[in-house]
Design a binder for this molecule. Structure first.
Ligand SMILES: Nc1nc2c([nH]c(=O)n2[C@@H]2O[C@H](COP(=O)(O)OP(=O)(O)OP(=O)(O)O)[C@@H](O)[C@H]2O)c(=O)[nH]1
Ligand SMILES: [Mg+2]
Length: 129
C-alpha cells in the first residue's frame, strides 16, 4: 500500500497544545488531531507544515523543530506522519476550515480520542517536555 506523507504540527503554548476535530466525512473522522496534511509533490515538509497550518488554523509558523516520525498502517491507509513542534507563530489559531479547535493541556491528552498513530506522538511529547 502506498504511504501517504503527512506534515503534522503540534502547536505548543505554555503547557497547552492546539487540537482540531476531524470532520466526520474524512479518514479517521470524529477523532481529534494535530493540524496538518499531505506533503504535496515538490514541497518540503517545512513548506507543507507552514501551508497546512495556515490553511487549517490561520497561523504563520515562525519556529518549529522535529518531534518524531510515526509510520502507521490503518488497514485502509498507510501514513507517515512527520511531526513538528511549533513553538513560534503569528496569529491566534482557529478552525479556519470550519472545524472545532481547542487548547488542551499536555498532561491531560487522552490518546483514545485521537487516531491510533497519535499515541506515539503524545508519548514523544511527554518525553520531550
Ligand atoms: N493532520 C493530521 N493527520 C493525521 C493525524 N493522525 C493521523 O493518523 N493522521 C492521518 O494523516 C492523514 C492525512 O491527514 P489529512 O487528512 O489532514 O490531510 P489533508 O489535510 O491534506 O486533507 P485532505 O484529505 O483534504 O487532502 C489522514 O489519513 C489522517 O487520518 C494528526 O494528528 N493530524
Ligand atoms: Mg489536514
Amino acid at each position: 500500500m502506498k504511504e501517504v506523507h503527512v506534515a503534522v504540527g503540534v502547536i505548543l503554548r505554555g503547557n497547552q497544545v492546539y487540537v482540531c476535530l476531524r470532520p466526520e466525512d474524512k479518514h479517521q473522522g470524529g477523532k481529534w488531531e494535530f493540524p496538518g496534511g499531505k506533503v504535496d509533490s515538490g514541497e518540503t515538509v517545512q513548506q507543507a507544515l507552514s501551508r497546512e497550518l495556515s490553511e487549517e488554523t490561520g497561523i504563520r509558523v515562525n519556529t518549529s523543530s522535529p518531534l518524531t516520525e510515526v509510520v502507521h498502517d490503518y488497514g485502509d491507509k498507510r501514513v507517515r506522519l512527520d511531526v513538528h513542534l511549533v513553538t513560534g507563530f503569528d496569529g491566534e489559531p482557529y478552525g479556519a476550515e470550519g472545524q472545532q479547535g481547542q487548547w488542551w493541556s499536555v498532561d491531560s491528552l487522552d490518546p483514545t480520542v485521537f487516531p491510533q498513530a497519535n499515541k506515539e506522538i503524545i508519548n514523544a511529547l511527554h518525553a520531550t517536555l
